[in-house]
Design a protein around this ligand. Structure first.
Ligand code: SF4
Length: 280
């Protein structure tokens, strides 16, 4: 222990009453905004290739894939949709399908009866009310069966270029860990986060945050010791801080494993996912 540290302990030499430890200053609104935006910039450096992790070729495929992704992984959806879209490439085809055949095709995604109802229902509305094309407006999308705000924003942001925040389970957990909000309700979280970032950042911010949540800042055991934004995070230490142990917790391309997309964008540095049932 250094002499400086000894005198700080001050058992013999401190005259007068001891000062109470200073409570940390609450962060100002301006400081919070600066820190939040810095997190976004750092994540942009770490994940320059961040993207939606569902495979799709057009708005219809993205909409269906997003509905199927409820209660399952994007990987499982990506392994399931090639056969579905090969058989029913358009809303007209899916609307006219035999429900039992659709159920069989989407069975691996779970809740396949309810999901069949939703995707055939939305295909029918798209065919009957929108001339077979997925509508590009929030108010139309949320009226489709099985489509809530989260799904609508995914479709608007990634198929129509309309900025939107995707407040999924990862996004909710991370923004709370970063103390950017204390809200629990996704709609309130969305409003608070929207007020911190410029609209033009919303879609990419969502991808970056979700990428970080899936790879490093896991729900049960965040890999704090391998986290590039640890300096900016008030929850550092909630997970594994040992750098070697933390490194082993990393997932997907960060951990040298296949990603979630069978057809990732060309700039994705990791390995593509394997088809259903395939082994490396
Ligand atoms: S320091 Fe830990 S809690 Fe904070 S973002 Fe990184 S992994 Fe998550």
């Amino acid at each position: 222990m250094s002499g400086k540290q000894n005198s700080a302990v001050g058992e013999q030499s401190s005259p007068g009453p001891k000062k109470a430890a200073k409570a940390p200053k609450p962060e100002s609104r301006l400081a919070l905004i600066r820190r939040a935006r810095r997190i976004n910039r750092e994540l942009a450096e770490v994940y320059p290739y961040a993207h939606p992790e569902l495979d799709f070729r057009n708005p219809f495929e993205l909409l269906v894939a997003t509905v199927l992704s409820a209660q399952t992984t994007d990987l499982r959806v990506n392994q399931t949709t090639p056969a579905l879209f090969a058989k029913y490439p358009t809303a007209e085809d899916l609307a006219a399908a035999n429900p039992e055949e659709v159920e069989e095709l989407i069975r691996p995604t779970g809740f396949f009866r309810a999901k069949t109802k939703s995707i055939m229902g939305l295909a029918t509305v798209i065919r009957d009310d929108f001339g077979g094309e997925v509508p590009g407006r929030l108010e139309d999308l949320v009226k489709l069966p099985g489509v809530g705000r989260k799904t609508a924003f995914v479709v608007l942001g990634n198929a129509f270029g309309v900025p939107g925040l995707t407040v999924d389970t990862h996004f909710q957990r991370l923004v709370r860990r970063w103390k950017l909000t204390e809200q629990e309700d996704p709609v309130k979280i969305e409003a608070e986060i929207a007020a911190i970032f410029p609209k033009s950042e919303w879609t990419m911010l969502s991808h970056r945050v979700i990428f970080h949540g899936r790879r490093i800042c896991h729900a049960r055991k965040p890999a704090c010791g391998a986290c590039p934004i640890a300096q900016l995070c008030p929850s550092y230490g909630e997970g594994e801080t040992d750098p070697v142990k933390a490194q082993k917790l990393l997932k997907y391309e960060m951990g040298g494993q296949p990603g979630q997309r069978l057809n990732p964008p060309p700039d994705y540095p990791g390995k593509p996912a394997l088809p259903l049932g395939a082994t490396e």
